[in-house]
Design a protein around this ligand. Structure first.
Ligand SMILES: CC(=O)N[C@H]1[C@@H](OP(=O)(O)OP(=O)(O)OC[C@H]2O[C@@H](n3ccc(=O)[nH]c3=O)[C@H](O)[C@@H]2O)O[C@H](CO)[C@@H](O)[C@@H]1O
Ligand SMILES: C=C(OP(=O)(O)O)C(=O)O
Length: 417
């Protein structure tokens, strides 16, 4: 299972680099199936979720090769339409194969996706949009059998700006007949990256990053090379690590625009932040300020994927902070683990009240999900004594060698397999 052992107390300092974004690379790898041609994807992070996506593509018949930070996918030889259940259960993003495979093969069989347990994660919006495009979807025994004789562009109003539903719909629409308009689309930077990849391959997608995305169907896609954008959540996690340890860390290879909501809240907490084109320096305050209201929202609001890390930070703030989690129904599992380390946190449904304490103390803790696990590591960096974080396979879904990067900037952390 693997665990991290963290001895707290070191102020972090130095430079750390951020690799490609998990939430960008996964839908882009899924979309490589559409073209029936070759995709070269650069800046690939070394993550468990990426390995699973590689396995899914291979199981469908794609030829997939990976050397270091590059993956080559040739989707010409696809010869399967069923995605292995055990792989789908491992990862939420596998559901994006639905739109991509409908575009490529007109058929796909997939089970309900797994992923982190952060509350119910229905896929009703995905299914509704795909049906509007002309997919027939039969559900039985936990499997979804999706088929079409040809998707047709249409106007789709999403009831909520779901990231996954926006991506699935874009992919299904890329080779559909006519024009599709997605209204109330998610505006996350990863959708812009997806549009960029698809357009380089010959698709006609516009509007990504706004709430109206338009896709003019094209007949074919061609070979493409694409560089994945840096991971804003990994960057945010290192920023929080600098802030919580009273450190001074430069985070390189970031897109500042994608970090604005995180920058604003870390400044409120008292961190000093300086940036230039693609790097950001965070200087942690002597004492963290409490934050009156931190509310997670769809982009460009504060990202839910940084909520747990901020909770760790605020647990040693000078007063009481309130976090409202509006995206997921049950994303406070880290609160009870932080409490083992002396944090004073009460949760009431979607609201958490965090009464800052003078210091955290090292304890045995368990990562319950990806970002909650990262939050425990952050807490461990500042806690008195030793913290163990078990079940780090959750963390490895989204962080490439977190312990090594933190060691490089002075943390006392090791991994035990
Ligand atoms: C691989 C990936 O990119 N994952 C990200 C993606 O997840 P994901 O794409 O799953 O997130 P969504 O934006 O779809 O979900 C947001 C909310 O909408 C609800 N919903 C979603 C779809 C649907 O059909 N019905 C429905 O009710 C979800 O339960 C959730 O409460 O965006 C989330 C919100 O920024 C991030 O936390 C995840 O890291
Ligand atoms: C919830 C997350 O990811 P996923 O949607 O892949 O489960 C995350 O990255 O924090």
């Amino acid at each position: 299972m693997g665990k991290f052992i963290v001895n707290g107390g070191n102020k972090l300092s130095g430079e750390v680099s951020v690799f490609g974004a998990k939430n960008s690379v996964l839908p882009i790898l899924a979309s490589t199936v559409i073209s029936g041609n070759k995709s070269t994807i650069l800046n690939i992070p070394d993550l468990r979720d990426v390995e699973i996506m590689e396995k899914i593509l291979t199981s469908l018949g794609c030829s997939v090769e990976r050397i270091d930070k590059i993956i080559w996918v040739d989707s010409k030889p696809i010869n399967q339409i069923k995605i292995p259940e055990e792989l789908v259960r491992e990862m939420r993003s596998s559901i994006i194969l639905m739109g991509a495979m409908l575009a490529r093969c007109g058929e796909v069989i997939v089970s309900y996706p797994g992923g982190c347990e952060i509350g119910p994660r229905p896929i009703d919006l995905h299914l509704k949009a795909l049906k509007e495009l002309g997919a027939e979807i039969e559900e039985s025994h936990g499997f979804l059998h999706c088929k079409t004789n040809g998707l047709k562009g249409c106007d789709i109003q999403l009831d909520y700006p779901s990231v996954g539903a926006t991506e699935n719909t874009i992919l299904a629409a890329v080779t559909a007949e006519g024009t599709t308009i997605i209204r109330n689309a998610a505006r996350e930077p990863e959708i812009i990256d997806l549009q960029y990849y698809l357009n380089k391959a010959g698709a006609k997608v516009s509007g990504a990053g706004t709430s109206v995305v338009t896709i003019e169907g094209v007949k074919n896609l061609h070979d493409v090379t694409h560089n994945i954008i840096p991971d804003r959540i990994v960057a945010g996690t290192y920023m929080a690590a600098a802030a919580i340890t009273e450190g001074e860390v430069i985070i390189k290879n970031v897109i500042i625009d994608h970090l604005q909501a995180i920058i604003a809240k870390l400044k409120e907490a008292g961190a000093l932040i300086y940036y230039d084109n693609n790097s950001i320096k965070v200087v942690g305050p002597k004492k963290i300020n409490s934050i009156e209201m931190l509310q997670t929202l769809p982009y460009p609001g504060f990202p839910t994927d940084m909520q747990a890390q901020m909770m760790a930070l605020l647990s040693i703030a000078s007063g009481t902070s309130i976090i409202t989690e509006t995206i997921f129904e049950n994303r406070f599992k880290h609160a009870e683990e932080l409490a083992r380390m002396g944090a004073k946190i009460k949760t009431f449904g979607k609201v958490a009240v965090i009464k800052g304490v003078k210091e955290l103390t090292g304890a045995k803790t368990t990562a319950k999900d990806l970002r909650g696990g990262a939050a425990l590591v952050l807490a461990g960096l500042v806690a008195k004594g030793t913290t163990e974080v078990e079940n780090i396979y959750h963390i490895e879904r989204g962080y490439e060698n977190l312990h090594l990067s933190l060691q490089d900037i002075g943390a006392d952390i090791k991994k035990i397999d």
